[in-house]
Design a protein around this ligand. Structure first.
Ligand SMILES: Cc1cc2nc3c(=O)[nH]c(=O)nc-3n(C[C@H](O)[C@H](O)[C@H](O)COP(=O)(O)OP(=O)(O)OC[C@H]3O[C@@H](n4cnc5c(N)ncnc54)[C@H](O)[C@@H]3O)c2cc1C
Length: 199
């Protein structure tokens, strides 16, 4: 039996019938192919070594944590840019919000922490690219940047005021999406355990 993987979502040639079929039909044929292989006892869909799956997944952890850290910094930067634009035009109490020292200093603090997160991402990525053991560094990236994006989004919503709570503003949606950054790909506490083990 020929083995391989379909690309989900593409129309194309079915390896079952040879005809050009829709994505749905290709998916159905794939399921049928797996069931058939199972029935005849063929191990045609195994990837890597049996019972060593987690070790295969582990090899991708440094890359995953660096990418998620970079994503978190980019989300935070994007929300902060929107917020700076907003407070520079929003008038309240006789001037624009940007004129309030408390507002602009907190946003400057957000910018500083985003830059710190970004530099940590670059540092961990350079260690990984050089082939060094960087579990500690990539775990720091994941823990720090996952919390950073939530803290920055909190301030961004705050300075949008009531508008920041409304579904029509991007920061409202972004503040909900940021939540996963401290959970998915390894929760902050789990990442900090990886750091603690190496201290
Ligand atoms: C949108 C989304 C996409 C995802 N995508 C993928 C994916 O593509 N592939 C994949 O494999 N997984 C994926 N996940 C799963 C994700 O990695 C897990 O949700 C995450 O690792 C947390 O595990 P859990 O949900 O089992 O939480 P639990 O293990 O039940 O932990 C719950 C919470 O308890 C705390 N906690 C857990 N362990 C400890 C500890 N040792 N010390 C202190 N506190 C702790 C943390 O705050 C944690 O968030 C995804 C999750 C989400 C929400």
């Amino acid at each position: 039996m020929e083995t391989g993987l379909y690309t989900f979502g593409d129309a194309g040639t079915s390896r079952v019938t040879g005809a050009t079929v829709s994505p749905e039909t290709r998916l159905r044929h794939l399921v049928e192919e797996i069931e058939l292989a199972d029935q005849v006892g063929l191990d045609v869909f195994g990837l890597g070594e049996v019972n060593r799956g987690f070790y295969s997944v582990m090899r991708n952890f440094p890359n995953e944590r660096i990418v998620l850290g970079a994503m978190a910094c980019a989300e935070a930067q994007s929300a902060l840019d929107m917020t700076v634009d907003y407070v520079k035009q929003r008038k309240a109490f006789g001037g624009v919000l940007w004129d309030k020292q408390a507002v602009r200093q907190r946003l400057a603090d957000c910018q500083t922490r985003i830059e710190a997160g970004r530099q940590l991402v670059y540092h961990a990525a350079s260690q990984d690219a050089a082939g060094h053991d960087c579990v500690k560094e990539v775990s720091m990236v994941k823990a720090y940047c996952g919390e950073l994006v939530n803290s920055v989004l909190y301030d961004c919503v705050q300075f949008h005021g009531g508008m920041g709570y409304m579904r029509e503003t991007p920061v409202e949606r972004m503040s909900r999406d940021a939540r996963v950054q401290a959970i998915g790909g390894g929760a902050t506490e789990v990442m900090l355990e990886e750091v603690a083990k190496r201290m």
